[in-house]
Design a protein around this ligand. Structure first.
Ligand SMILES: [Zn+2]
Length: 342
């Protein structure tokens, strides 16, 4: 009797192990590497939540089993409007009531200084309520170069994801702007300075291709102080060409691309898609440029004019088409879509 029970227990253990092994194999297949058909890029599908073990070479069933597709936990911390009831506006140095700023879409009531807004808030500001449908959220950044500066890139990714509640610096999808259907992308400067890594580039490229297929107006709102993401080296730089090529095809198909530049839009983002709009809008006093003033001065040895990287200066010199205050952005986008017959 006792041996029978022991045998049954043993059988159960074997079955259990078989089930676990099958599950691990399935996990490996569905959570392993995906090579994108269109762009020949490598993506690791599960969210990057464990800094160890190395993710490009092996997939440990133990870690994949505990991984889920849920977004990283923890409330996203607001960056633009700090904690406390009052805050000092960097534009006019006045103490301003925080609630009032929030009610005015994070704009100072005294000097119209435009504070930071997160990608999520921006989407809520621009799109009709409840119409946003995110796309390609399953693409997650990896650390192909095993890059480390002050800390490992893989660790940085995890902490940025926890801090911002985003999986990478760009959010893409579709929605309605005053009942006009659009493809929308927003970058968020809170996530590694909004820099364009391979996932940002891939999400944008896929959105543009989708907008081309669907014949939809395309809106990209840039808030990227970092340009290309140096942590990914050449993989990051090639995103500029990839996104620009997708935009060229979109243009050939007769699409309308409205690029909205916000503070800051710099580096490889400014040097690629952000500058390629059929219409280029910018928020007031936004910092827009390629390299920072100090770098330029050190390189060419010339003192540059005051405020040469602001929206106002760039409007005067024909780089952008219009400065649009945040409260009018939604209306201006809708007007532009109608004006262009889209
Ligand atoms: Zn102010």
């Amino acid at each position: 009797m006792q041996s029978k029970r022991r045998l049954a227990a043993r059988l159960e253990t074997i079955q259990d192990r078989d089930v676990r092994a099958t599950r691990a194999r399935q996990n490996h297949a569905s959570h392993g590497f995906l090579i994108c058909r269109h762009h020949n890029s490598l993506y690791d599908l599960p969210p990057v939540r464990q800094p160890e073990p190395p993710r490009m070479s092996t997939v440990d069933p133990k870690t994949t089993e505990s991984d889920s597709d849920k977004a990283p936990v923890g409330p996203p911390k607001k960056r633009g409007v700090p904690e406390g009831l009052w805050l000092k506006c960097p534009g006019c140095l006045a103490s301003v009531y925080k609630k009032e700023i929030e009610q005015r879409l994070n704009v100072c009531p005294k000097c119209e200084h435009h504070f930071y807004v997160s990608a999520r808030e921006r989407i809520a500001q621009v799109l009709d309520e409840g119409t946003f449908e995110p796309m390609n959220e399953h693409l997650r950044p990896t650390d192909p170069l095993k890059f480390a500066d002050r800390r490992k890139y893989s660790e940085r990714l995890v902490s940025e994801q926890k801090r911002t509640g985003l999986t990478d610096a760009a959010v893409t999808g579709s929605g309605m702007v005053r009942a006009r259907r659009v493809a929308l992308a927003v970058t968020d400067s809170a996530f590694i300075m909004g820099s364009m890594g391979s996932v940002v580039g891939e999400r944008l490229a896929r959105l543009i291709e989708w907008a081309t297929e669907q014949d939809l107006p395309l809106i990209i709102i840039s808030a990227s102080g970092g340009g290309a993401r140096m942590h990914e080296g050449i993989l990051s730089l090639m995103q500029m060409a990839k996104v620009s090529a997708a935009l060229a095809r979109y243009d050939e198909a007769g699409g309308l691309f409205i690029s909205v530049l916000t503070n800051p839009t710099m580096g490889g983002v400014a040097a690629s898609f952000a500058s390629l709009g059929d219409l280029v809008f910018a928020e007031p006093k936004a910092l827009i440029g390629f390299a920072g003033p100090r770098t330029i001065k050190a390189t060419i040895g010339i003192e540059l004019p005051e405020g040469f990287q602001t929206s106002e200066f760039l409007l005067e010199h024909g780089y952008i088409d219009r400065i649009v205050e945040r409260k009018y952005l939604k209306t201006e986008i809708a007007k532009a879509i109608d004006y262009c017959g889209k």
